[in-house]
Design a binder for this molecule. Structure first.
Ligand code: FAD
Length: 317
């Protein structure tokens, strides 16, 4: 079922989760161990992130270095199928521009379609680790909107080979990313919002936000989106903070702010358990307020500490 159908049929705020594929070599059971305790909360859908290949330098026996390509977390598409099979829940694979040319993108979409996956979150992806800024593949997409247009084309039965006849139309429900605190490359919020609106005008069905820790940022973002005519559902993305290290790591990685009050509360903590408790209460407060405001879905980034998310969601139902 499509994410938008879940939202249309819902009587209140839904719950969804986001997971990462396991590190290569770990096996799918590490993922099931992560998800099993969360399934009692009946998520409407589960997102699975996509991780592109990276270039790394490996030491050889001759003490020189060779550049090799590694993909640390493969398997997004098959994990989606495995989750659907095990838990009978809808999944949303993330699909990125980075590392794909348009033919590989088409093949990936055909695979998702054959697997019975109805949803896709289309993203540009970040720069590869060895590049200072995002570089599209030759024959690849530069921005998420270009990838989105390819999915929309396939939903209209238009494939890359123009002479294909009687093509089957895919029916993907398409999500895109939005940034309540602005995408870090955008010169200003207006510019970022205008590009977001372009994605919606081109066919995006809904928006999922980057994590935020101050609900006012989300409420302002939604207001500004509505003011410029973005009408689709805007799903808040929520992440628990459970270590002091994250106070510096999250802003550095995701270009978001940690509110002063949260930082102060954490600085008073004596033990790791106290830190986790403060993070759990913060996430619970955010979730309750957002639910009260009638958000369509509470989307939790569960990576790392699913127990914290479980403790929060338990309090909400
Ligand atoms: P875009 O929409 O292409 O925007 C990128 C930048 O370009 C923005 O600054 C925008 O304002 C600007 N822009 C957009 N269109 C144009 C245009 N036509 N001309 C000029 N400028 C333009 N990354 C992964 O690698 N894998 C994942 O699974 C993943 N999941 C994510 C899930 C969510 C909910 C979020 C919020 C992010 C996720 N990311 C993931 C990270 C994401 O790929 C990065 O934030 C990336 O830098 C931007 O992706 P985007 O789709 O927002 O890009």
């Amino acid at each position: 079922m499509k994410v938008t159908e879940h939202i249309q049929q819902a009587k209140g705020t839904l719950i969804s989760f986001e997971i990462l594929p396991p590190m290569k070599g770990k096996g799918i059971h590490s993922l099931y161990d992560h998800l099993d305790p969360l399934m009692e909360f009946k998520p409407s859908f589960i997102n699975v992130t996509y991780h592109r290949s990276e270039h790394v330098f490996k030491k050889t026996v001759l003490n020189t270095f060779e550049k090799v390509v590694v993909r640390k977390r493969p398997g997004t598409e098959s994990i989606c199928a495995a989750i659907m099979n095990r838990y009978n829940v809808d999944t949303v694979p993330h699909l990125i521009c980075g590392g794909f040319d348009i033919n590989e993108t088409e093949d990936a979409l055909i695979n998702l379609n054959y697997l019975g996956i109805d949803n896709v979150l289309v993203l540009r992806g970040d720069a590869a680790k060895n590049e200072s800024s995002f570089e599209a593949e030759p024959e690849g997409h530069r921005y998420a909107i270009d990838l989105l247009k390819q999915v929309v084309n396939m939903n209209n039965g238009i494939y890359l080979e123009e002479d294909l006849k009687n093509t089957s139309k895919t029916k993907f429900c398409i999500g895109v990313a939005g940034y309540p605190e602005k995408h870090f490359e955008a010169p200003n919020m207006d510019s970022d919002l205008n590009y977001l609106k372009a994605k919606v005008d081109a066919g995006a069905d809904y928006i999922v936000t980057q994590m935020f820790f101050d609900n006012e940022k989300y409420f302002n973002f939604v207001k500004r989106c509505r003011d410029i005519g973005i009408g689709v559902p805007i799903i808040p993305g929520l992440k628990p903070v459970y270590t002091r290290k994250q106070l510096n790591l999250l802003p550095k990685t995701f270009h978001i702010d940690i509110p002063t009050a949260l930082e102060l509360e954490m600085s008073k903590c004596q033990t790791d358990a106290d830190v986790e408790q403060v993070g759990t209460e913060w996430l619970l407060h955010q979730s309750r307020e957002l639910k009260k405001a009638g958000v369509p879905v509470l989307h939790y980034y569960t990576l790392g500490r699913p127990g914290v998310v479980a403790n929060v969601v338990k309090e909400l139902v």
